[in-house]
Design a protein around this ligand. Structure first.
Ligand code: ARG
Ligand code: ZN
Length: 874
């Protein structure tokens, strides 16, 4: 059942040009296709023609206009095989499909009042019979026919070439996309949509029309995305020399969408949550998410569309690179250190967990059962870290040369990871043979570092050892050393940077050393006193770094390190140690205490004027429960939760006047803007409010209540409402929660936030609330955003209640997974993830979770869920 990278063969036949005609109808859309095909020059003559097709009803098939007899082709549930075809021919087919019954949201489906498509990775085969694989690239002409009243807007890829009226109140539009593309980039949208329009002039003077298409009620939520799009277009010209290539660029917002968005050529389709935004309904973090995703999809026009993937094993070729590009863009237009902190947090909490779990896989997997299961944090985020390391190893300039080379050499082609890396190797004149192991080896590498100071010789030796733990199918003894950049510096006891001398060479106060063996020793000379090393600055490689820091050393790094990222990271290490100390006390039944070093560091942070408020806000946040869990050999769910709460409360009590002052000082009267200065202010203010509320004092809750009622913007309202809804003193039925739910009942994206706020309440009464909300009229199990907001938020963020010892949290999630398995296999296989992460939990929880997985396994499973469950139970 599994497909292997090593079995790759080029397709027997290629498609040069496609003409499609859609006659849209809810339950019986007629799709006619004319494919101009020829034998692949590298494959032998006489091979059968294999086309993919799922849930299609074939009504006509002909070659060169000659209808085929039934014995000339073979049809099964996934394939159409024609035994004999000429060297060059025209294939015509007609099929009937049922978009209204399509709950998988792949292929052509209905969302609210519109028709839309999602074809990546293998959705096109739900539209027509086709060699649906990315190494088959063709030009497309698409005619869309629909009811003029109900479907006034008919969109597809490229430029519109013709339109007109038809009998029976119908009309049509024909679209032509001149760029050859794989079928996964095909798109069609039809509906009663309205647009906002703008223009962009490219660096070479091409006039591009930009359109964002939405349902009428969302017109007031498009402005920010349009601005983001223009910023992204400009940035890609400047940072990568990439210019847009069509006269028209369209974005459409749809409510039912499995992922964030899709980069279809000239017609990006977005989950409405990833494009719509305004201050009344959208929190700061979501403005930034919208900006990042708009940029991501736009950047795909080059890294993905013009240069695409040979096969789906190469997914990280486009995704890792494009994520790196969108991360760099966001860092450039916002606060770079905060962006890095956020990206690393996601990587370390979520990707590291994936890399340590049963579905761990290399950035380029060797095999899969269902490719949709590989749109993962590993492919995307770790894939981006690999590209970031290449940039670090080559330097910015040679990296850019490598990117230019890659784009020019492979334009219009479907290529492999090797093609990207060899462009970099050539441009940078570096040997990247060992570096390629990053794509092949799963698991998070561990760096064990030791330092030894020789006062007499004034020499500091850093000993670095690396290893990668075993992952499924890759035992530890088969893991090889990786090539990686380790950025570092040394501080003296007063916090000053020590000039670095390595092998007789001066290296300033910040340098990069390269690792490629299992063990290295670096000998720093002229070191006047015992130093504190600042290691892995900027998180220069996606690894776990171990160094036996004591708390005083961490405090020194927090206060004085010149690298903003490492200041934050040292603070996280210190907070983690303080929380772990409380956990030990709780487990031993002893009286816990607040670590005085942590208190000292927080006092210092609050008393020292900071020039970067955004970083300060990050530094005042304690590591999440998920991050703490990732650092434990054996996870004690309740101790983690209680210890983190204890430390939060103790800090809040000890520093109450300071947090109060911070809260007051960051009250801004300026009109809302999602600028990073304002975002930093709001973030600081709400972090302070969080500590104040953690003390449990009535006064603090009144502040929250007041902020809620002030109703300045969604960021402040949501922060206040969350604190109210999660406080011991309040119930979920309280007026604020109720008022919010009634006020925003008409806005699905706000209702998603309302669901998430309620189901993340840590008190045990939350489970009834989850069940109650699943029957709320605004909830629908068919809408992925709703499922994520309610079930996803509960299972991933409400750890104490998901992991309840009576197993009720697990059962609830498993019930939803079973229902989703029939409706939407992609979402089912994602929502089940937390149930598969039982490896380091106690025996009781392990057996409860396994039992739920076994119960799911007794269902007739989709390929998606089958693959995940088998791996989890293996
Ligand atoms: N290429 C899209 C993006 O990263 C994601 C599409 C994923 N679709 C899916 N069914 N898994 O921007
Ligand atoms: Zn992408």
């Amino acid at each position: 059942q599994a497909i292997h990278l090593k079995d790759y063969l080029p397709p027997a036949y290629l498609v040069d040009d496609v003409a499609l005609k859609f006659d849209l109808d809810d339950h019986a859309t007629r799709v006619s296709a004319r494919l101009k095909m020829r034998r692949h020059p590298q494959r032998e003559a006489g091979l059968p023609l294999e086309l993919f097709g799922t849930a299609l009803r074939l009504t006509h098939i002909a070659i060169e206009g000659q209808p085929l007899d039934e014995d000339e082709y073979r049809l099964d549930a996934e394939r159409l095989v024609i035994a004999k075809v000429p060297e060059r021919f025209e294939l015509t087919t007609e099929v009937i499909i049922d978009p209204a019954a399509n709950t998988a949201l792949e292929g052509l489906y209905r969302s609210s009042s519109m028709f839309c498509t999602q074809c990546e990775p293998e959705g096109f085969r739900r539209i027509t019979y086709y060699p649906d694989r990315p190494d088959v690239m063709a030009t497309f002409t698409t005619t869309v026919i629909g009811d003029r009243e109900r479907l006034p807007v008919l969109l597809s890829n490229g430029n519109p070439t013709e339109s007109g009226e038809l009998p029976n109140g119908r009309h049509f539009v024909t679209w032509r996309d001149p760029f050859p593309k794989p079928s996964y980039l095909f798109a069609l949208v039809a509906g009663a949509l309205e647009k906002v329009e703008d223009h962009f002039t490219t660096v070479s003077g091409r006039q591009v029309t930009l359109q964002i298409w939405v349902e009428r009620e969302n017109l007031d939520k498009t402005e920010f995305a349009m601005g983001a799009l223009k910023r992204a277009m400009k940035w890609d010209e400047e940072a990568y020399g990439r210019e847009y290539d069509l006269d028209l660029f369209m974005i459409v917002a749809v409510n039912d969408f499995n992922m964030g968005a899709m980069e279809n050529k000239g017609l990006n389709i977005f989950n409405s949550s990833a494009v719509l935004a305004n201050p009344a309904t959208t929190v700061d973090a979501n403005f930034q998410r919208v900006e990042g995703i708009v940029a991501h999809e736009y950047f795909h026009n080059w890294s993905g569309n013009r240069v695409t993937c040979r096969d789906w094993f190469q997914l990280a070729l486009k995704e890792g690179f494009t994520v790196f590009r969108d991360q760099s863009f966001s860092a450039d237009v916002n606060s770079a250190p905060v962006k890095r902190i956020e990206d690393v947090s996601v990587l370390r909490t979520m990707q590291f967990a994936e890399d340590a779990g049963p579905t761990a896989h290399p950035v380029r997997p060797e095999s899969f059962i269902e490719i949709s299961n590989f749109y993962t944090l590993t492919v995307y985020e770790k894939g981006a870290e690999i590209v970031r390391m290449l940039r670090q190893l080559l330097g910015a300039e040679r990296f850019r040369t490598g990117a230019d080379l890659y784009f020019s050499r492979f334009d219009g082609q479907a290529v492999r990871v090797e093609d990207f890396v060899s462009s970099m190797s050539e441009a940078g004149d570096v040997d990247l043979t060992r570096f390629m192991r990053w794509y092949a080896q799963a698991g998070t590498p561990v760096l064990d570092v030791e330092g030894e100071y020789d006062a007499k010789a004034q020499v500091y030796r850093l000993k670095v050892r690396q290893h990668t733990p075993a992952t499924p199918g890759q035992p530890a003894e088969r893991k090889l050393p990786l090539h990686l950049p380790l950025r570092l510096g040394l501080l003296d006891a007063g916090g000053a940077a020590i000039p670095l001398w390595l092998d007789g060479e001066s290296r300033g106060t910040d340098t990069v050393v390269e690792l490629f063996e299992a063990e290295h020793e670096f000998r720093f000379e002229r070191v006047p006193s015992a130093p504190v090393p600042s290691l892995l600055r900027g998180f220069s490689a996606p690894v776990k770094l171990r160094f036996p820091y004591d708390r005083e050393q961490l405090a020194l790094l927090v206060k004085y390190d010149e690298d903003g990222f490492n200041r934050w990271d040292a603070g996280q290490r210190l907070a983690l140690a303080a929380i772990e100390e409380v956990m030990l006390a709780l487990q031993a039944g002893a009286e816990p205490r607040l670590d005085p070093t942590l208190l000292d560091v927080f006092t210092h942070l609050l008393d020292t004027p900071s020039d970067d408020l955004a970083v300060l806000a990050e530094m005042l946040k304690l590591p999440s429960e998920a991050y703490i869990a990732g650092e434990q050999e054996a996870i004690d769910i309740d101790a983690i939760h209680q210890a983190r709460r204890f430390v939060t409360r103790a800090l809040g009590e000890a520093l109450e006047p300071r947090f109060r002052a911070l809260f007051e000082a960051n009250q801004s009267e300026a009109p809302y803007a999602p600028s990073f200065e304002q975002i930093a202010q709001r973030s600081l203010r709400n972090v302070a409010l969080g500590y104040l509320c953690a003390t449990g004092g009535e006064k603090a809750l009144h502040l929250a209540q007041h902020q809620f009622e002030q109703d300045r913007n969604m960021t402040d309202v949501r922060a206040a409402l969350t604190l109210l809804a999660h406080s011991d003193a309040h119930q979920l039925g309280d007026p604020a929660v109720k008022a919010f739910g009634e006020r925003w009942a008409h806005d699905p994206l706000v209702m998603d936030q309302w669901f998430a706020i309620q189901v993340t309440r840590p008190q045990p009464d939350v489970l009834d609330r989850v069940r109650f909300l699943m029957r709320h009229p605004a909830f629908s199990i068919k809408n992925p955003n709703k499922v994520r907001a309610l079930i996803g938020a509960f299972a991933n963020l409400n750890r104490v209640n998901f992991h309840r010892l009576d197993g009720e949290g697990y059962r609830l999630v498993a019930d939803v997974v079973i229902e989703l398995n029939r409706l939407n296999p992609d979402i089912a296989a994602r929502i089940v993830t937390p149930l598969t992460r039982f490896q380091r939990l106690d025996a009781k929880r392990q057996s409860l979770m396994r039992a739920e997985l076994e119960r799911i396994r007794r269902e007739p499973l989709s390929r998606n869920l089958f693959e995940v469950i088998e791996k989890a139970l293996a």
